[in-house]
Ligand binder design. Structure first.
Ligand code: SF4
Length: 438
């Protein structure tokens, strides 16, 4: 059976391609050629069949929200509510990173309910199972591939697989002089596994088998950056770039096998380094969609890392990153609650949209907001804003009804004054234009 990539190479359009092309305002041909070349991916496991969506060159920047239980907070229902919240505020994809409670059941519940693309990191579950038996480093190659196959059968549309951590790239991490060494959880499992077992990473060694699974179940590889920098001092070092070069090689092999692949990226990084990092990924990985975690522009703001990551995410998106993984205010501190998830998604959506605007995409919404502001049309503003509930709540503060504006300037609302004199003088607003204060 042909894969999505092979169907695209044949120029075969279908319902999903038509839907995406219409939403993204691109031609079906553009989309098919992007998928065929690997510069665009459409993660879509038939066992899940999410709302069709695509990630990559020439398309709107997408946002992912991570949810999932932990050992200390294993409440599945709470994670489902977080997933719903993330989607309500515009997450294009959700990853289930559960590590507590009945992980299989939680995954099934989420997949059954999740309308958007869903991803996972199977090695978490595999490593935890091994740790319960003895230690993470005792997971076997069979455990790793069985874990991936289980998630594939269940319907995961994309999966993070840390294939770029090899015995060779390990040397660079050992001698790197990094402050934080390895901060990726999956990366830490495989780093420890390689050191303990003195064997090659099975995901690298048997990459062809991984490709067979990806073909069979039609899931997209999200090639993980196990050596992503965990602090700004560790960014853009030999270990990070060496792993990226390895991933570029694996992207080529995936494409040859008709398997969709995207590449994950940093991490913590000062903003001056972000453009070069995006360009490097696009060059080394043949234009594969770049999926970044942040980048977090500084290390000093725990409690506000949705902001540090949105700063980095906007710059990454401006320079060509295609997919932003949200970061919540709880990052580095605790499992996020529902409010943190909402804030994280909105911050990432702002970053993605700012990137889109800089790439000439998605300005209609900003224009609608500007027009509504110009006519003090509050309902119009609420309709296009990212968080209507917050906008209404803030607007209501101090609103006495005496002014068409808001409680910021009261009677001397600049917009109203200019409308009353300059715009009416031009004749742009009709005599019946009303300014209503809610
Ligand atoms: S009162 Fe001031 S802040 Fe409020 S809408 Fe008018 S100009 Fe804007």
């Amino acid at each position: 059976m042909c894969t999505i990539m092979e169907e695209a190479a044949r120029g075969a359009s279908d319902r999903r391609i038509r839907e995406i092309a219409e939403r993204e305002r691109v031609t079906e041909r553009f989309l098919l050629s992007g998928i065929a070349s690997g510069r665009i991916v459409m993660p879509c496991n038939p066992a899940h069949d999410p709302v069709p969506a695509a990630i990559g060159e020439g398309l709107l920047v997408k946002v992912n929200a991570n949810v999932g239980t932990s050992r200390d907070m294993p409440d599945a229902e709470a994670e489902i509510r977080k997933m719903d919240t993330a989607i309500r505020y515009g997450a294009d994809a959700v990853m289930d990173l559960s590590t507590g409670g009945d992980i299989d059941t939680i995954r099934h519940m989420m997949l059954a309910r999740c309308p958007v693309m869903m991803g996972s990191v199977p090695i978490y579950e595999v490593g935890l199972a091994a740790a319960r038996r003895k230690a993470v480093v005792d997971m076997t190659e069979d455990d790793i591939f069985s874990g991936i196959e289980t998630h594939a059968k269940d319907g995961m549309d994309f999966m993070t697989v840390h294939c770029g951590i090899t015995r060779e790239t390990m040397k660079w991490i050992r001698d790197s002089g990094r402050i934080m060494d390895v901060v990726s959880r999956g990366g830490s499992f495989l780093t420890a596994w390689i050191l303990h077992n003195e064997e090659e990473n099975p995901l690298f060694e048997n990459f062809d088998y991984l490709l067979e699974l990806a073909r069979k179940y039609e899931f997209t590889l999200s090639l993980g950056d196990g050596f992503r920098p965990g602090c700004v001092s560790d960014a853009s070092d030999q270990a990070q770039i060496g792993e990226l070069a390895t991933l570029g090689h694996l992207v080529r092999r995936a494409r040859e096998a008709g398997v969709q692949a995207m590449v994950e990226g940093p991490g913590h990084m000062t903003i001056d380094q972000i453009p070069a990092n995006v360009k490097m990924e696009k060059t080394l990985c043949g234009g594969a969609p770049f999926y970044v975690l942040g980048p977090l522009a500084t290390d000093i703001a725990p409690g506000y890392d949705h902001i540090t990551s949105a700063i980095g995410g906007a710059i990454a998106a401006q320079n060509g990153a295609d997919f932003l993984c949200y970061v919540t205010p709880a990052e580095h501190l605790s499992l996020p609650d529902e409010g943190d998830v909402k804030e994280g998604v909105i911050a990432a959506k702002i970053a993605a949209h700012a990137g889109d605007l800089s790439r000439g995409l998605g300005k209609d919404r900003d224009d609608a907001m500007a027009r509504a502001r110009k006519t003090l049309d509050w309902e119009g503003m609420y309709k296009v804003c990212l968080d209507e509930e917050k906008a209404r709540r803030y607007r209501a503060r101090g609103c006495t009804g005496a002014s068409e504006g808001c409680s910021m300037c009261g009677d001397v609302c600049a917009v109203k004054i200019v409308n009353d004199y300059l715009v009416k003088d031009r004749g742009a607003l009709g005599p019946n234009t009303r300014f209503d204060c809610d």
